[in-house]
Structures are given as C-alpha cells and as structure tokens.
Design a protein around this ligand. Structure first.
Ligand code: ADP
Ligand code: MG
Length: 400
C-alpha cells in the first residue's frame, strides 16, 4: 500500500510565518447543558495551534459542532464554550466572531496580529458547509492565505471546510494530529510488525464487514468479542438464546470464517459469556458458551475469554482494537472491555484503538490505560473508513 501521507505537506513545511492561516480543527466535543464534558479533542489540536502561533501566524480556527437544524434554535451548538476552554489551555485571548464569515468575521480576522488566534462560529450553522458548496468554500478561503487541516474526525466527510475550501489554496497541508492519526492507522493496515493481533467487537457484524475484510488480509490472529461475536457463535451453531444475533448475517459470518481459514488467520471467539435477562439487570451470570440459559442474553465476554484473548497480546508486536467486548456502559457488563483494554495497554506491542465507542471505553477504563496505548484515534467514523481502505476526501484534497 502506498503511504497515505505521500505528497501531503505538513504544517512544518508550509509557509505560515506571519500569514493568515486557516486551521480546520475538530472541536465537536461532547457537551451537557452548555458544559464541555470531555475536552480531549481541543487538547489534541493544541500542538498544531501552538506551532502556528509560535511561527507568528494569524490563526483562524474553523470547526463544526453537532448537527444544527435549519430554522431551529441552534444556540446549544455554539462553539463559544470551546473558545473559552481553548483560551484557558493556551493562556491567551481567543477572538470569537459570531459567524464564520461576513463583515464581523472579516473585521476580527483582519485585525488579528501575528501570534493571535480567532475561532469562527460553528461552520454547520450554514447548510452550505455540509453541501460542500463552492461559493461558501470560496468565501471561507478568502479570509486566509494558507490552509491546514487537523480535523481527523471530519476528513471522511466531503464538507466545504474539509474538502472544497482546500482546493482554493496553493499552500495547503495537514496538522500534527492528522499526520499522527494517518501514520498510526496506516501502519495497522500497511506493513505491521508481526505477530499482528486484531481484536473486533461492538454492536454489529454488518457495521464492520469491510473492516473485517481488510484485517483478514493483514493480521495473524483475529479475536472477536462483543455482540458481534454472538452472530459468529450462532453461525457455529451455538444457541445464543435472547442475545443480539443478526440472523440475516449468519451466512456472511460463515463466509468470513472460511476466508480466515484460507488466509491462515487464526480466529478466536469467546468461550464464556456474562448473561442476564435484560440490559438493565443489576448483575450478570458467567456461563460457558454452550450453556446460555433460555431467555438470557450475552452482554459481555466471561473471565476465561478475557484470559484467553489477553494471551495473544503477550507475543504480539502489533495490536489493533475496534469494538467493545460487551455493554461496557453498564458496570456489570464492563469487565470484558476493561480487562482487554488493560491487557492491551500492558503489552509492549504497537497498540492502536479505533472507533468512537472503543476510544470512549479506553478512557472510561481509567487506570491511566489511555496513556499506555500507542495511539487512540480521535475520529470514530474516519478511523474505520481509513481501515476499510476508503479514500478520505479531506485527506485526498491535501495532496499536491
Ligand atoms: P465503535 O464505536 O468503537 O466502532 P460499535 O459502535 O461497533 O463500536 O459498538 C459499540 C456498542 O456495542 C457499545 O454501545 C456497546 O454497548 C455495544 N455492545 C457490545 N457488546 C454488546 C453486547 N454483547 N450486547 C449488547 N451491546 C453490546
Ligand atoms: Mg460506535
């Protein structure tokens, strides 16, 4: 596979000194009642922003937030709280025009001095953003001299600020976060060091067909847990009782197992599971995979499976993980996911976590596990599309 970063300049190589530099960031952080509940995405953008400020850029930040609806009260999607948080993190003033273009924004931008930063209001307040609209992109581009994309979480979308806008710049490239994400994720589908263990879980086989297909071509061992494993276990004629099973994907699961066999990829499935009568149950019961009681559903992998899965990590040189091992959002069903995260974090392999819920699970596991992973992707959908081998419009447009 050719290197996805080939032909793309990074902010290091771009002539940003003293220039008006537009940086597309992903400040689409989780919020509750106007308060940011996790500022990770803002902190991940800091190296690029600081680098631009140190080189005396006049920094214009643009981002989306949530899914504003035309004609509705969208005030909860304002980026104001992000601007305030960024100002604290940078210990500097962040100018915030109340729109992403127009006279007020222009005034703020053209008044910026070298080493100063402004954050435009939510780009999705204009439907033209999601429509990849040419005129809108042109208007945005007129405010800056250099274009930098550091919004990995948005590069799988052909939206104006990630795609069309970049075409108006001769000097365009990626920021440090985008570079780091692509480098780490390409490594697990390119030439990984072996043995390579891929561990998949999550809600559905159907969401991950292309991911499985890609991984089968490169990994040595494929470990499957979570609700996804139920379908594979059912395909192997285990009675999963009330568990989530995609009945219409049983044939697909069998085909995947055959392909794995042909590719000499070892597939490992749970040998025990934690079952309960409902997802709301206060506790679960550990049973062997061939003894799921009638009326019960598998909501986590059991302790023997955690141990067995973790053994693969001992000798692994590369580990990629996508998809929780169970309903980790509920404490009685979180041991499998957190146990696998712990084992992966303590391995000396190059460890990469992709997928929105998987990244959230590693952070929720605590114990400083997140810091021990080689890379946790900040882009849920984007990380999976990259693994699937799909072209990312926001990356392709930066080439050349
Ligand atoms: P990611 O976002 O990391 O790609 P997915 O979206 O595929 O992961 O799946 C995450 C969801 O799958 C979580 O909400 C988790 O609770 C759910 N899940 C995993 N295993 C089970 C299970 N056995 N039963 C019900 N839900 C499960
Ligand atoms: Mg998800």
């Amino acid at each position: 596979m050719s290197n996805l970063l080939d032909g793309i300049r990074t902010i290091r190589d771009l002539p940003i000194d003293n220039k008006r530099t537009f940086i597309r960031v992903d400040f689409n952080v989780p919020m509750e009642d106007g308060v940011i509940t996790d500022d990770l995405r803002i902190r991940e953008a800091l190296p690029t922003i600081k680098h631009a400020l140190e080189r005396e850029s006049r920094v214009i930040l643009g981002s989306h937030m949530g899914r504003p609806k035309p004609g509705k009260d969208n005030s909860k999607y304002s980026l104001e709280a992000c601007g305030i948080r960024l100002a604290e993190l940078l210990d500097a003033e962040v100018h915030m025009p109340d729109d992403c273009f127009g006279d007020a924004a222009k005034k703020v931008i053209f008044d910026l001095r070298a080493g100063q930063v402004c954050l435009l209001e939510n780009l999705r307040f204009h439907p033209e953003e999601e429509a990849d609209d040419e005129a809108f992109a042109l208007k945005l581009s007129e405010m800056a001299e250099v274009y930098v994309n550091d919004a990995f979480g948005a590069v799988h979308r052909a939206h104006a600020s990630v795609h069309r806008m970049a075409k108006f710049f001769r000097d365009r490239g990626c920021g440090f976060l985008l570079e780091k994400e692509i480098a780490a994720l390409s490594k697990v589908i390119g030439q990984p060091e072996r043995p390579y263990v891929a561990i998949l879980g999550g809600a559905k086989v159907s969401d991950k067909i292309a991911v499985v297909e890609t991984l089968l071509k490169v990994c040595d061992t494929l470990v499957i847990g979570g609700a996804m494993a139920n379908t594979f276990l059912a395909a192997k004629r285990h009675n999963m009782q009330a568990s989530l099973v995609e009945e219409d994907k049983l044939a697909l699961a069998r085909t995947i197992l055959e392909k794995a066999d042909a590719a000499k990829v070892e597939v490992d499935l749970p040998i025990d599971v934690v079952v309960a009568s409902s997802t709301q149950a206060e506790e679960g019961q550990v049973v062997a995979i061939n003894a799921v009681p009638s009326g019960k559903m598998a909501l986590d992998i059991g302790p023997k499976s955690i141990e067995r899965f973790s053994k693969h990590f001992g000798s692994a040189k590369t580990i990629f993980w996508n998809g929780p091992m169970g309903l980790f959002e509920r404490a009685p069903f979180s041991n499998g996911t957190f146990g696998v995260a712990r084992a992966m974090a303590s391995s000396s392999a190059f460890t990469v976590v992709g997928g929105g819920d998987s990244a959230a699970a590693v952070h929720a596991a605590g114990d400083g596990l997140a810091a021990k992973m080689s890379h946790i992707s900040t882009g849920g959908g984007a990380s999976l599309e990259l693994i699937e081998g799909r072209k990312l419009p926001g990356v392709e447009v930066l080439r050349g």
